[in-house]
Design a protein around this ligand. Structure first.
Ligand code: ZN
Length: 341
């Protein structure tokens, strides 16, 4: 027991050291630098597909990231390094995507997750350029449904002028998370990051949701937000986190929200995300939904997985394997039963 605790303390300190340099910009080469959006030097940040009758478009809000240890808190040091190296990823920084999903159904446009904006680094906020790229403005969004209150999921709710970024949208947020992060003074001492990071993290949440607080619709995990969009209680990462199920006829898509951060460390390997508040509950939710996805061969969207974040989970002897979906050039290719199931 003492050994385990000692080991935990060491890994947390290692993660903190990395997070400190990430936040302060002292790490030099890895420091995020805001680049003006240049369409001529960019690939597409949107990806269209269908779930039955529902039109779906992944809209990237850009990238965040940090020390790999933060996202794989219980990984043995050498195994973590080898897993990253085997995946041809840097060993000192793990990049996470921000894959928000727009669904269009019943004459309404619903955005699943608001994205980070620049609450967690300067490489967020691309959602608005990607909305424009498909001919939409924030005023075209009827609802924004948030899985949990972390800044990378709510950051874009606040416009630069302090107003509502999505002026017409009804905002749906999980009730238990609102109580913990917004109404309360959250104790974030469980997060393997420096105090300064925790303070800014907590402040970014309150600041982001302040313009929408008056009209927010709080939901319980399990609620059907509208026909074709169900929430699934998946607490553990945060008190009220939900996963999402988009469904139409026999077709469905499971959004695993933050049950996992990156397939290489949380799916292909069983390591635990450091920011999980209740690791036991998070593990139960993760296993339950991942097992269901694997058994039913469900299409899955991971909010933080490499863009566009679509694929499937296969059960293996050791856990799971992430199998990214092939890029589809025509919507009709994803509409046939054979292709989606
Ligand atoms: Zn997240």
């Amino acid at each position: 027991m003492h050994d385990l605790m000692g080991c935990r303390r060491r890994t947390a300190l290692t993660a903190m050291a990395g997070a400190t340099s990430f936040l302060s910009g002292r790490s030099g080469a890895r420091r995020a630098v805001a680049q003006p959006f240049d369409p001529a030097a960019s690939n597409a940040g949107h990806y269209r597909f269908r779930v039955g009758e529902i039109a779906a478009t992944v809209l990237s809000d850009g990238l965040i990231g940090g020390p790999p240890r933060v996202y794989a808190i219980d990984a043995p040091e050498d195994e973590l390094r080898n897993a990253l190296r085997d995946a041809f990823l840097p060993t000192d920084h793990l990049t996470l995507n921000l894959n928000t999903l727009l669904i269009e159904t019943g004459g309404r446009r619903i955005l699943l997750e608001a994205g980070a904006g620049q609450t967690m680094g300067l490489n967020g906020s691309r959602l608005f350029a990607n909305l424009a790229a498909i001919g939409l403005t924030p005023a075209d969004i009827d609802a924004v449904v948030i899985s949990h209150m972390h800044p990378d999921h709510v950051g874009n709710l606040r416009a630069a002028d302090g107003g509502r970024a999505f002026p017409r949208a009804t905002i749906f947020a999980p009730r238990a998370d609102w109580a913990f992060f917004v109404s309360g003074q959250p104790d974030l001492s469980y997060m393997p990051v420096p105090d300064d990071f925790r303070r800014r993290f907590a402040a970014a949440i309150k600041r982001s949701v302040e313009p929408v607080a008056a009209g927010v619709e709080l939901y319980e995990g399990g609620a059907e937000i509208l026909p074709g969009l169900a929430t699934i209680a998946a607490p553990g990462h945060t008190p009220g986190m939900a996963a999402f199920l988009v469904h139409s006829g026999a077709d469905q898509l499971l959004l695993t929200t933050d049950l996992a951060y990156h397939p290489v460390v949380n799916l292909d390997r069983p390591w635990r995300p450091g920011p999980d508040r209740d690791p036991g509950a998070a593990l139960v939710a993760r296993r339950s939904l991942f097992d269901r996805a694997a058994a039913d061969r469900m299409p899955v969207l991971g909010f933080h997985y490499p863009f566009p974040g679509l694929g499937r989970l296969r059960k293996t002897d050791a856990g799971y394997a992430w199998v990214p979906a092939a890029w589809q050039f025509r919507l009709s290719e994803t509409q046939t039963g054979q292709a989606t199931r």
